[in-house]
Every structure is written in structure tokens, then in C-alpha cells.
Design a binder for this molecule. Structure first.
Ligand code: ATP
Length: 480
């Protein structure tokens, strides 16, 4: 387990707000719990992560195509998928505070406290025992565990608990104009089902041959009961999912393939391998025959960022049964019709965003040449994902320097996101760009007028050098 660093986490949350990355939703009305809005730089960063995933999954694979399906789906979809009957979590209420907790979160929080106290083995045992009780759906056992460990409610500070019960996590709403005609429908709790119900449409129109995948990015909604930890667990969030359709019997090898492939994606973005680990599921979802989480060392501990699930033929078979329509594939290589098996990769875009911020956020201190101390807060966001790639800064607001800077801006903004700024001292402007995670700044000064060079300053090392304006865009693109 990694140590909890809630101070760092709080600092990241404040930074995200102060610099226009993430705001509490409807903040002027005191916010809406577990719902967030992305500001100017947050939406840009989010878009870059989405694009990196989309390109890696679709453009870089001959046999994967993307789709974009609706949030509303026929209500029977969720009967078939098992969400109406199974998509629930064991919960427990504190009788004094009336606060409701997800049982696994309550116990995990108590394990985190043990870690803080240096009792790591005890914490591990607690989590292991909880996982096996969850796997057996042993609610009485879970309740007993909470009682035995005297786990307290964080609000009332008492151990006065109800029994453990199941609650459905789907949001519902009505379609239809008059109350009598209205049908209850759900806001999708995952994007995957939009892929399954379109399996044949896509296979036929895009002329796909098994094995092949369908990718999608979109909003999902879950009525999360314990919704804390900033954008880690939200009620409205975005998923990036890919369902890979395969011949039955080949699921083990494809599962291993995607497990490795997805980890490679994370490290290829520049996130260190040692901050990742796999966590095999003990309790398997109703649709899965194998499942693993890719976990990241967040400042709040090791947490899931992505799941890889071997979903068997559960979903397609179930939709076949409920819809009465065949969802089969004729495999010319073996001359057989079958319902394909599926390997799913599912990652939360918001969680990947949080991972990026947590990795990037650094507070640095050093001694200057005169012995005095200097410091900065810097977001070392991988250049490929950074919201602003290049800041263009004229040293002065006069003497023709802004004109040159604007010319450079006009050329470079076609290639990548640039930001022009002429206010404040150059030192202050550098600091602001550090805080936004801008990997490159260029300064236009008097020498620029003489030799057509600018000073480039690198965010991570703060090193500076002079480079020619000619070929600048290419130079930056090469670095990205
Ligand atoms: P958890 O155990 O954290 O609730 P899960 O196992 O239910 O997650 P999946 O259903 O496998 O999650 O969803 C796939 C991915 O979607 C997760 O790995 C996570 O990145 C993201 N995700 C799930 N729920 C949320 C949420 N409430 N807020 C933000 N992201 C989420």
C-alpha cells in the first residue's frame, strides 16, 4: 500500500480550481455533490486525453472502429444487461447521522487509517477478508466485521449501524409527454451496452471480421452513494470503453493481450510503470469469467483507474434472448455460426484526468545563486496531453516585440494550442505557465529583431536556450 497523502490531494484540488481546470458544479448554489465542471484548461486537458485514447484504440488498430451511441436506451436493455437486478452495492446506514455508506468504502477507509498508524499487515488482512465476504455476498458477515472492528461513522462518530442492504445505482427518468403515457427509462450507467446492441450494425456496415473491436467514449451516470474524493467518484462521468469480439475459447489469450496492451498505453504516455499495478478481482461481476483492475498510486492510495473484463458471451446472448433477434457471427474460417465472446477494456476519462493531475503536480524548492530560496508549483503534464503547448511571451509591450510575437502566434496556432501573454514580468508569466503545465515558453526580445531567434524555456528543467524562429513550429511538434 502507498501512504495516504491527503495534504497533497487537497493541494491538487485547490490548484485545479484556482487555475481553471475543475470547478464544483453549480457552485453559486453551493454545488451539487459529486458533480463537477471542467474549466478552460481542464476541458482542453480532458479533450487531449480522450483523443490520445481514441487514436490509440481506433486509428492505431486496423480491426477496431469507433461509434457514438445515445445515453437513453430502450429500458429492456438494462434488464438484459443485468443492471436492473444486479447493479447495486451493499450499503449500510448510520442510525445517528443517517449517513449512508458503501460497505467496501467504509471498510477501506478504516484500512487506510490502519496504514497511517503503521499497521499495514492488519490493513491488508482487513481488506482481504472484506473481499472474500463480498465475493460470497455475505452481508451478515460484513456487518459483523464492521461491528467487530468498531468502525465509526465519520459524521456522528458512533458505531450505531443498520443491517447491510443492496441499493440500485441507476438514475431513472420519464419519456413521454403525459404522465399516463410516460415510460421509465434509465440514464446509461455504462457505455458498453450501446456497443452490444449495435454489434451486428457495426460488423456488417464496417465489414468487420472477428476478432474486432468497437470503441466508444461517452457519459455514464451512477447514483454513487459515497461520493467523495473529488472527481475520483462522480455521479456523472465519462467512460472510454472498447469491446473486443472474439471466437469462443480464445478469451484467455485475448484477455492477456489486452491486459498488457492497456498497461503499455499508460506508460507510453509518460506515466512511470512503478506507479501502476494489476489487481485481480476476487469477486467477479455477473457477466465475467476473469477481471483485473489497473491501479495507480494516487495520493489517496492505490486506486482503480481502468478495468479489463473477460465478459464471455453473456451480453450478446442475453440481448438475443430479450430481443428475440439473432446476434451471431458467421466465421468463414471455421465455417460456423456463433455468439462471439468479448474482452472489454473500460477506463474513466475523469479518473485518467485525475491521475494526470496527481502525477503532474509538484511543489519545488531550491536555492538561488545568492543563497535565497525560490519555489514554484509546476504541473509536469506529459507534453502530448498538456492543455497549452506553447506560450508566446513578448518581453515588453512595445518596440515592435508584440508584433513579432503575434506573427509567431499566427503560424503556430494552426499546429497546436498556443497562448499569448504580455502582462506582468517575464518571471511571473513563466510561473503561471508552470502552474498550467505548459511545457514550452518562448520569449521575444530585442535580440529577436536582430537575429530572428527567440529564447525557449523548458518547463521541467527551467533551462533556456536560443532557437531560430524559422522552423519553430516543427521544433515544438518534434518535442511533443
Ligand atoms: P469502482 O469499483 O471504483 O466503483 P467499478 O469497478 O464499478 O469502479 P467499472 O464499472 O469497471 O468501475 O467502470 C470502469 C471505469 O469507469 C472505472 O475503472 C473507472 O475508471 C470509471 N468509473 C466508474 N465509476 C466511476 C465514477 N463514479 N466516477 C468516475 N469514474 C468512474
Amino acid at each position: 500500500m502507498v501512504a495516504n497523502d491527503s495534504n497533497k490531494f487537497q493541494a491538487i484540488i485547490s490548484h485545479a480550481k484556482e487555475y481553471g481546470f475543475v470547478f464544483q458544479s453549480s457552485e453559486i448554489y453551493d454545488g451539487l455533490s459529486a458533480v463537477y465542471d471542467y474549466g478552460p484548461w481542464g476541458s482542453e486537458l480532458k479533450k487531449n486525453i480522450r483523443e490520445a485514447w481514441w487514436n490509440a484504440m481506433t486509428r492505431m488498430h486496423d480491426n477496431i472502429v469507433g461509434i457514438d451511441t445515445a445515453i437513453f436506451m430502450h429500458p429492456t436493455t438494462w434488464k438484459a444487461s443485468g443492471h436492473v437486478d444486479n447493479f447495486s452495492d451493499p450499503m449500510i446506514d448510520n442510525k445517528d447521522s443517517k449517513k449512508r455508506y458503501r460497505v467496501d468504502h467504509l471498510i477501506e477507509a478504516s484500512a487506510d487509517v490502519l496504514v497511517k498508524e503503521g499497521k499495514e499487515t492488519e490493513a491488508e488482512q482487513l481488506v482481504q477478508k472484506m473481499e472474500s465476504l463480498l465475493a460470497e455476498n455475505d452481508f451478515a458477515g460484513l456487518k459483523q466485521m464492521i461491528d467487530e472492528h468498531k468502525i465509526k461513522c465519520s459524521v456522528s462518530n458512533t458505531c450505531n449501524w443498520t443491517e447491510v442492504r443492496q441499493f440500485n445505482l441507476m438514475f431513472s427518468t420519464q419519456v413521454g409527454s403525459v404522465a399516463e403515457d410516460a415510460t421509465e427509462i434509465y440514464l446509461r450507467p455504462e457505455t458498453a451496452q450501446g456497443i452490444f446492441v449495435n454489434f451486428l450494425n457495426v460488423q456488417k456496415t464496417a465489414r468487420m471480421k472477428i476478432p474486432f473491436g468497437i470503441a466508444q467514449v461517452g457519459k455514464a451516470f451512477r447514483n454513487e452513494i459515497v461520493a467523495r474524493q473529488f472527481i475520483f467518484r462522480m455521479r456523472e462521468f465519462e467512460q472510454m470503453e472498447m469491446q473486443f469480439f472474439i471466437r469462443p475459447g480464445t478469451q484467455k489469450e485475448w484477455y492477456a493481450y489486452w491486459k498488457e496492451e492497456r498497461m503499455k498505453w499508460h506508460t507510453s504516455l509518460g506515466f512511470p510503470a512503478e506507479n501502476y499495478r494489476y489487481h485481480d478481482h476476487v469477486k467477479l461481476a455477473h457477466y465475467a469469467d476473469a477481471a483485473v483492475d489497473i491501479e495507480f498510486a494516487f495520493p489517496i492510495g492505490w486506486k482503480e483507474v481502468e478495468g479489463i473484463h473477460s465478459r464471455t458471451d453473456f451480453d450478446l446472448k442475453s440481448h438475443q434472448q430479450y430481443s428475440g433477434k439473432k446476434l451471431q457471427y458467421f466465421d468463414p474460417e471455421i465455417n460456423q455460426n456463433y455468439v462471439p465472446f468479448v474482452i472489454e477494456t473500460s477506463i474513466g476519462l475523469d479518473r485518467m484526468f485525475l491521475l494526470t493531475l496527481c502525477h503532474a503536480y509538484q511543489e519545488e524548492k531550491w536555492n538561488k545563486e545568492d543563497g535565497s530560496e525560490d519555489s514554484r508549483v509546476v504541473l509536469k503534464i506529459p507534453a502530448k496531453l498538456a492543455p497549452i503547448k506553447l506560450a508566446i511571451l513578448p518581453l515588453l509591450k512595445k518596440e515592435g516585440l508584440p508584433e513579432i510575437a503575434k506573427e509567431i502566434m499566427a503560424t503556430c496556432r494552426n499546429e497546436f494550442y498556443c497562448f499569448y501573454e504580455e502582462k506582468d514580468t517575464i518571471g511571473k508569466r513563466y510561473r503561471r505557465m508552470d502552474a498550467l503545465g505548459t511545457p514550452f515558453c518562448i520569449t521575444i526580445d530585442h535580440q529577436t529583431k536582430e537575429d530572428q531567434t527567440v529564447t525557449i524555456r523548458y518547463r521541467d528543467t527551467m533551462k533556456q536556450e536560443r532557437i531560430p524562429i524559422d522552423g519553430l513550429a516543427q521544433f515544438i511538434k518534434g518535442k511533443i
